[in-house]
Ligand binder design. Structure first.
Ligand SMILES: Cc1cc2nc3c(=O)[nH]c(=O)nc-3n(C[C@H](O)[C@H](O)[C@H](O)COP(=O)(O)O)c2cc1C
Length: 198
C-alpha cells in the first residue's frame, strides 16, 4: 500500500506538531504508513536562499512524493487568513500532476494553526482545499461523531484539524486538538485503504 503523504510548512513548530499527530493517526490503520515531508521557506530571492536538504526535520517534498501517495494531509500555519506562501509556492509547481490527473480520486485532508481563535482557521482550511479540488482530490473533514469537535474550547473544525497557538505561538496542542489530528489522519488512511480495496 502506498504511503499517506503528510505535507506541511511550519515556522515555529506548531503545524509540525500537528503533522506528527496526523501521522500517528495514519499509523493506526493496518498496513498504512505516513510519509512526512515539508517545504522550504520562500523569499523574494527564494531560489537562491535555501539548501536542497533541510538542516533538521523531514526532507523537502518532491513531485514524486505526490505521485506515489495514496492520500494527502496538507498542513500550514494561517497567514492573513490563508495558507503560507511556502506551501502555496510548492502547490503552484504541481501543474504537471494537474495535467496528467495524477491526484484525481485520491483522498485529502487539511490542517492549520493560528495565534488567535477567530482570525482565519476556517478560511485557511477552506482555501487550502481549493487547489486540491482542482487536482480532483476527494476532500475529507472531521465528522461530529468525533465528540472532541463539540467539546473543544480551542481548535478543531469540521473542515479539518486546527490548533490555537496563542499570541506568543507557544501554546501546545490541547488533548482535544491532538485527538482530532489523530482522528483526521486515521480517517484519511482508512479511506485510502478502502478506496484501494474497491
Ligand atoms: C505573516 C503572518 C501572518 C499571520 N496571520 C495570522 C492570521 O491571519 N490569524 C492568526 O490567528 N494567526 C496568524 N499568524 C500566526 C500564525 O498562524 C501562528 O503563529 C501559527 O501557530 C504558526 O504556526 P507554526 O508554529 O507551525 O509556524 C500569522 C503569522 C505570520 C508570521
Amino acid at each position: 500500500m502506498p504511503d499517506i503523504l503528510v505535507l506541511y510548512y511550519s515556522r515555529h513548530g506548531n503545524v509540525a506538531a500537528m503533522a506528527r499527530a496526523v501521522a500517528n493517526g495514519v499509523g493506526r490503520v493496518a498496513g498504512m504508513h505516513a510519509r512526512i515531508r515539508t517545504v522550504p521557506a520562500v523569499s523574494t530571492v527564494c531560489e537562491a536562499t535555501e539548501d536542497s536538504i533541510p538542516d533538521q526535520g523531514p526532507p523537502y517534498a518532491t513531485l514524486e512524493d505526490l505521485r506515489e501517495c495514496a492520500g494527502l494531509a496538507l498542513g500550514s500555519p494561517t497567514r492573513f487568513g490563508n495558507m503560507a506562501a511556502a506551501l502555496k509556492y510548492f502547490l503552484d509547481g504541481t501543474s504537471s500532476h494537474w495535467l496528467s490527473g495524477t491526484l484525481v480520486g485520491k483522498p485529502a485532508a487539511v490542517f492549520t494553526s493560528t495565534s488567535t481563535l477567530h482570525e482565519g482557521q476556517e478560511s485557511t482550511l477552506l482555501s487550502m482545499m481549493l487547489p486540491l479540488l482542482h487536482h480532483g482530490m476527494l476532500l475529507l473533514g472531521i465528522p461530529y461523531s468525533e465528540t472532541d469537535l463539540v467539546n473543544t474550547s480551542s481548535g478543531g473544525t469540521p473542515y479539518g484539524a486546527s490548533h490555537w497557538a496563542g499570541t506568543d505561538s507557544r501554546r501546545a496542542l490541547s488533548e482535544e486538538e491532538k485527538r482530532l489530528c489523530v482522528a483526521l489522519g486515521q480517517r484519511l488512511a482508512q479511506t485510502a485503504a478502502d478506496l484501494a480495496k474497491s
